[in-house]
Ligand binder design. Structure first.
Ligand code: FAD
Length: 382
């Protein structure tokens, strides 16, 4: 693998960084404080094709490879992780599974509006009693003539309040939910698809994460992705690819926390000297820079594995595990370097700290990543 970023990657990073700093930078602090989804910026992101990052040009997408995709998510998340989360969930967990596993008819029907960002996507898996063990899904899909009737409650749904098209995971079989697992494409205006209140979470506050209620929600049979029994496999495969976006998001947060620390350490004086002149602070900064580079290399390796068509689940889980823990370490050190100011809501490092924690939980916790990695490791010949 070539670790030297190409000119194309450098120009892409520069362009996205300029956009994010100019358009999101001035409001990033306030949208987190007020827990507001910034529609004005989202409209601009639509016009830049950010809602169709990897979709083929035939559907209006930007047809990016995974490395370019990771760079976009990293740069948006460097300024606002909540918006990075909006984009990665939409692109990786909603557009990707339709593209990869949907029928031609489903692609034609759903993708154009999603790629334009007219319909923001999400994936509804988590329930009050069903988290890491997704195969225990309780949302029921009862069969009727030509349709399925969904009943259940999905919680912590990213983009929930603003979603236009949701992928909903359910089961036809209470006794054996894995065997009966199914995945549907559900339009927001379907009767019985009820969007609840925005959830009051510690971080990612500008993302309208919400509860979704499915109450006798009739979904046509032709909206099923795959066949009955395929649901869990399709969701887990989708998560494998999604972890690349999450690792990129975590890397973006870490990069922002590192840059803030660098600036602060050079500006802030104690004992008549800048903090950056103290060996301990220099060691912190050295460790942070090394940690970010290590995570980024794991991320880019996973991108390369995915694009080359090789099995990439282990690499993607390693990148997600490492980058999310790395983002937590960097955000923690950033708060420490800022002293009392780092603990104040006036400074961005406090937000980075809250946002970084989410990356260790969503799209499979760190404990679950270790299970995925150990499977990949144990499947190798000794
Ligand atoms: C910001 C945010 C956004 C989210 N967005 C979405 C979304 O868009 N769609 C969606 O469906 N869900 C979403 N989620 C939910 C998220 O995917 C779940 O929170 C996550 O999968 C963990 O499930 P849980 O919270 O039920 O924890 P649990 O599964 O109850 O786990 C609790 C703890 O036990 C550990 N644990 C569980 N099983 C094992 C095991 N076998 N071995 C070792 N440890 C174990 C876990 O790692 C964790 O530490 C989001 C969550 C957050 C915080």
């Amino acid at each position: 693998m070539d670790y030297n970023p190409s000119l194309k990657s450098k120009s892409l990073r520069k362009a996205v960084r300029m956009f994010a700093e100019a358009e999101i930078g001035p409001i990033a602090h306030d949208i987190d404080r007020d827990a507001v989804f910034p529609w004005d910026v989202v409209v601009k992101m639509k016009s830049l094709n950010f809602f169709g990052l990897q979709a083929p040009k035939t559907f209006g997408g930007a047809e990016m490879d995974s490395l370019s995709y990771a760079i976009v998510i990293e740069e948006i998340s460097r300024v606002s992780a909540a918006l990075g989360l909006c984009l990665t969930v939409h692109n990786s967990l909603a557009v990707y599974p339709i593209l990869r596993y949907g029928t031609d008819e489903q692609k034609k029907r759903f993708l154009p509006d999603m790629v334009k960002g007219e319909k923001i996507g999400t994936l509804c898996m988590t329930e009050t009693s069903v988290g890491s063990d997704a195969a225990g899904v309780e949302t029921h899909a009862g069969q009727e003539a030509g349709a399925y009737v969904l009943n259940g409650t999905k919680i912590f749904i990213t983009n929930g309040l603003v979603c236009g098209t949701a992928l909903v995971f359910a089961t036809t079989d209470y006794q054996n939910p894995r065997k009966g697992s199914v995945l549907f494409i559900v339009e927001r205006d379907t009767p019985g698809f009820i969007v609840g209140e925005k959830e009051d979470l510690c971080g990612m506050r500008a993302n309208p994460i919400a509860t979704i209620f499915l109450e006798n929600c009739h979904v046509p049979e032709k909206n099923m992705i795959g066949h009955p029994g395929d649901g869990i496999r399709l969701c887990l495969k989708t998560m494998d690819a999604g972890r690349i976006g999450l690792a990129a998001l975590a890397t973006g947060i870490a990069q922002a926390a590192f840059e803030a620390s660098l600036r602060y350490a050079k500006d802030r004086k104690q004992f008549q000297k800048p903090l950056s002149s103290f060996q301990t602070i220099q060691n912190y900064l050295a460790d942070m820079a090394t940690d970010i580079d290590a995570g980024r290399l794991l991320l880019y390796r996973a991108c390369e594995a995915l694009d080359s068509g090789r099995p990439f689940a282990g690499e993607a889980a390693m990148a997600k595990l490492y980058c999310s823990a790395m983002a937590m370490r960097i955000a923690d050190k950033a708060v420490q370097i800022h002293g009392g100011y780092g603990y104040s809501k006036e400074y961005d490092v406090e937000r980075y700290f809250r946002d970084a924690k989410a990356t260790e939980i969503l799209e499979g916790t760190s404990e679950i990543q270790r299970i995925v990695i150990s499977r990949a490791v144990l499947s190798q010949r000794a």
